[in-house]
Design a protein around this ligand. Structure first.
Ligand code: CP
Length: 299
């Protein structure tokens, strides 16, 4: 496979992806969502390795469902049950699976920058399933898919992303993709959770709640070095989507969250399955979107 083909089939992030390419993935996801058959073996005999060096429920399983629905052979790698525990590097692990003949790799990593290095050296398409706080392209694609399905188009939509922006790869991928597709993005976050290098305005909670899409982010305690929040209740009282605050959201607007959710911290328990919430709808869209991404990598 040429370097150009490899780049076209990989999905490392949305920052560099153009509008046509994003829309083509969303259109293909719509095709897959509307297929009555659960399995259509369009890529039989192709081996996909899901390599998760960081924990996951939604991304890992929806990739696996997507791959199986396309008829691929699926290999699941979990760092905790591998030779990574003996000190093997990420590169040597991926190179090992490549040498065994995988046709594509889905990869989730903690460190930033490693994926770009891997993509230079590995000769099969790689799909980013989340790398540090850099990008989570398939999460953002399923978010875009959910918004487009709700509103018909992303052009002119206002989207507020509220919470732990600093540690969020979801915020970054969404910001870059939504901009490309003509939406207006606002951030709302406490000072210590703001990412000043990102070019989006910070607004108050009241302003953020006026958007067409109110996207809440998980407080990523595992990435905090300490002291960013005083307590869960303190965070909820200032930046949580409480039942009281949700009354300010417009009737046509929707609530989103990439999950996992810290219930009663960034969003009240009662709102997770509220009629305006699309949180579980987002999860269901993960499968057709990832089918489109895997098919793009392999067919
Ligand atoms: N939204 C998301 O990436 O969830 P997981 O960490 O469970 O994959």
């Amino acid at each position: 496979m040429s370097v150009t083909q490899l780049r076209q089939r990989s999905l490392l992030g949305l920052k560099e992806l153009d509008k046509e390419e994003m829309l083509s993935i969303l259109d293909r996801a719509a095709y897959w969502e509307n297929q009555p058959e659960k399995v259509q073996a369009v890529i039989p005999g192709q081996f996909v390795a899901n390599m998760f060096f960081e924990n996951s429920t939604r991304t890992r399983f929806s990739f696996e469902v997507a791959e199986k629905r396309l008829g691929a052979e699926v290999l699941n790698f979990t760092a905790a049950a591998s030779s990574v525990e003996k000190g093997e590097s990420i590169y040597d692990t991926v190179r090992t699976l490549e040498s065994m003949g995988i046709d594509a790799g889905v990869i989730r990593l903690k460190p930033i920058g490693v994926l770009a290095e891997l993509a230079e050296r590995i000769r099969v398409p790689l799909i980013n399933a989340g790398d540090g706080n850099n990008e989570h392209p398939t999460q953002a694609l399923l978010d875009l898919y959910t918004m487009r399905k709700q509103f018909g188009s992303l052009e002119g939509l206002t989207v507020s992303i509220i919470g732990d922006i600093l540690h969020s790869r979801v915020a970054r991928s969404n910001l870059w993709a939504l901009r490309t597709l003509g939406a207006r993005v606002m951030f709302c976050a406490p000072q210590g959770m703001q990412a000043t290098e990102l070019d989006a305005p910070y607004v108050t909670m009241d302003e953020a709640l006026r958007a067409d899409v109110v996207m809440m982010l998980r407080v990523q305690l595992e990435r905090h070095e300490g002291g960013l929040i005083r307590s869960a209740e303190d965070y909820r009282s200032h930046y949580g989507l409480t039942v009281e605050r949700a009354l300010k959201i417009a009737p046509h607007a929707i609530i989103m969250h990439p999950a996992p959710v810290n219930r009663n911290v960034e969003i009240d328990d009662e709102l997770v399955e509220h009629p305006q919430s699309r949180i579980f709808t987002q999860m269901s869209h993960g499968v057709p979107v990832r089918m489109a991404v895997i098919e793009r990598a392999l067919s």
